[in-house]
Design a binder for this molecule. Structure first.
Ligand code: LRH
Ligand code: MN
Length: 427
């Protein structure tokens, strides 16, 4: 299914007068504050967030999964769905594949389909947290960290194979997330588990093309509930620096213990030149994989503010960041959930772009604590949605993607096309 451009224009036409009134007022007030509105709009359009191939169907928990209807049953249909998100939001133009969930049956054909829709292939993700049919060695007790060198070798070869798929599709990075760890004290030797992981990552790193990145994702717990080998940012950073220049830390927002100051971790990793990218989502308790900005929008803003501040003062030469969503849609229509996440990330980023950083520096240096908060919250409390809508409109998107998605009855049409009980591969 494709988004009907003419219908989109009609929708935009219906809302144009009100939009121009709101945007005009906002642009004027921002201009008065010395904000370069065109520059902000340009930077906003540059912000393209990759869609995870595993989050286009209904996710589930161990307690159950409720089919959504019209889910993409093939990689081709997933690419089509991302094409619709791009057409509506103009905020995404790439997909992050998970192997083996999304092995392309015909790589050339998939590449052509994606190119036709203006979609590129972002980071590829390896999977050594599930056993596949006819697999020689189980990952039940670990993969790159496992005590058994045969298991480690199998996991290393899988990652090298994933890089091969990525090369064919034009990806430039691999994300390695390990479930490896222990659920009981005494089950693992922490040092040996770390050293096994380190030497295994070195072998994968040797197979990394010169223009690629290795993104090492950390997580404190789940599916292991006592220890995880790559449990936190410090461990991931140690491994990245041990591997070499092309290895970086990936920050999944849901992979932090409650009340962790994630924006400080982000500032520290940029300061070290080792922040590779993000898996954006939100959470109340654990790795809940909820819609971005649905629980802690202020934290999302503070994280974006540290990204902009850090990259503006990038004395460690941190490379451009990889922006991806990693969420699981148990209750909402996955495409609506992704539209909301893309909007939440752009709202937070736009608010962070209008922070008066000179005034903030002066207030910090003069220890004017109240003023520091006033400067940050002035940006956070500015409703920039008309500016986001204008960026979409100027780039051929919908003034109101959610509204157009519903008016176009996309989900109903997908159910008619694909049926009610198709199950998308993924979590
Ligand atoms: C682990 C994780 C990782 C993916 C998986 C789908 O929790 O965040 O990024 O491989 O989710
Ligand atoms: Mn993740």
């Amino acid at each position: 299914m494709r988004i009907d451009k003419e219908q989109l224009k009609e929708h935009n036409q219906q809302g144009l007068a009100e939009h121009q009134r709101l945007f005009g007022f906002l642009a004027e007030s921002l201009d008065k504050k010395g904000v370069d509105v065109n520059q902000v709009m340009h930077q906003l359009h540059q912000l393209q967030v990759a869609i995870p191939s595993w989050a286009l169907g209904a996710g589930g928990t161990r307690f159950g999964r409720f089919a959504m209807g019209g889910e993409p049953g093939t990689l081709e249909q997933k690419i089509d769905d991302i094409g619709m998100l791009k057409a509506l939001t103009q905020a995404t133009s790439s997909v992050s594949l998970h192997i083996p969930w999304d092995i392309p049956s015909n790589a050339e054909a998939i590449k052509n389909q994606a190119t036709e829709l203006g979609i590129k292939f972002d980071a590829v993700n390896s999977n050594t947290f599930q056993d596949q049919q006819d697999q020689s060695h189980s990952y039940k007790f670990g993969s790159l960290a496992d005590n058994d060198c045969m298991v480690r070798e199998q996991a290393i070869n899988h990652n090298l194979e994933v890089i091969k798929y990525g090369e064919i599709l034009g990806s430039k990075s691999i994300t390695v997330w390990l479930a490896d760890g222990a659920s009981f004290p005494g089950q693992n030797n922490f040092k040996r588990a770390f050293r096994n992981t380190e030497s295994s990552l070195h072998k994968i790193y040797e197979g990394l093309p010169v223009d690629w990145k290795m993104l090492i994702e950390y997580k404190p717990y789940e599916p292991n509930f006592y220890s995880t080998v790559i449990q936190d940012w410090g461990t991931s950073l140690m491994l990245a620096e041990s591997c070499g220049e092309q290895a970086y830390t990936l920050v999944d927002l849901g992979h932090h213990l409650p009340n962790t100051n994630i924006e400080q971790i982000v500032a520290t990793l940029i300061m070290r030149g080792r922040l590779g990218g993000f898996h954006f989502n939100d959470s109340k308790y654990g790795d809940d994989d909820l819609t971005c900005g649905s629980i802690k929008p202020y934290q999302l803003f503070l994280i974006c503010s540290e990204i902009i501040g850090g990259m503006q003062d990038n004395d460690s030469g941190n490379p451009a960041l990889e922006w991806m969503i990693d969420a699981s849609h148990n209750l909402k229509d996955p495409l609506e959930d992704l539209i909301q996440s893309l909007e939440a990330i752009r709202v937070a980023y736009a608010q962070a772009l209008i922070v008066d950083r000179e005034a903030l520096y002066e207030a910090q240096m003069s220890k004017d604590v109240s003023r520091c908060q006033e400067i940050l919250q002035d940006a956070y409390r500015t409703d920039l949605r008309p500016l986001l809508a204008e960026v979409r409109r100027l780039n051929g998107g919908a003034l109101n993607p959610m509204d157009s998605y519903r008016k176009m009855d996309v989900r109903e049409k997908l159910i008619t096309e694909r049926g009610k009980n198709v199950v998308a591969t993924g979590l």
